[in-house]
Design a protein around this ligand. Structure first.
Ligand SMILES: [Zn+2]
Ligand SMILES: [Zn+2]
Ligand SMILES: [Zn+2]
Length: 141
């Protein structure tokens, strides 16, 4: 619940806040990041420089900056994700998925339950010690 401004204790306080900004590639105007556009070259420019009234559209198309590969790519190179503010391009997503798939899966040791990366697909114990201990326990029972 927010407090209504009409509360008798309320007065106005001045706050200064900084916002991320950049200098436009063309007109050097200091522009808030929120009003900026990415050119196909990867450079940032202000809305006025990016929008061309002569043909009524974005002079250089609409591009997004991929933070992973640090290049500007057309919006079509990004998968639309409604809740992702700074998406990475599809190439980077694919590369990340491939990296994750290459990582060998871990399994739980049959003796100590500790997770380990099996050197062989049929490995059941994390170490020789666990293997020996398990065999010893098996023989004792
Ligand atoms: Zn400009
Ligand atoms: Zn990328
Ligand atoms: Zn173990």
């Amino acid at each position: 619940m927010s407090i209504p401004r009409s509360h008798p204790q309320v007065r106005m306080m001045e706050v200064t806040h900084t916002v991320p900004a950049f200098e436009c590639t063309y007109c050097d105007a200091l522009t808030e990041l929120a009003d900026g556009h990415v050119e196909s070259s990867g450079r940032l420019c202000c809305r006025d420089c990016h929008y061309s009234s002569s043909f009524g559209g974005w002079r250089d198309g609409t591009h997004l900056w991929c933070p992973r590969c640090r290049t500007a790519k057309p919006q079509g190179a990004f998968d639309h994700r409604p809740f992702v503010h700074y998406p990475v391009c599809r190439d980077c997503e694919t590369a990340a998925a491939a990296r994750a798939a290459r990582r060998p899966p871990t399994v739980a040791c049959a003796h100590c339950s500790g997770e380990f990366t099996p050197a062989r697909s049929d490995a059941r114990y994390c170490s020789t010690r666990c293997r020996v201990a398990a065999h010893r326990a098996h023989r004792a029972s």
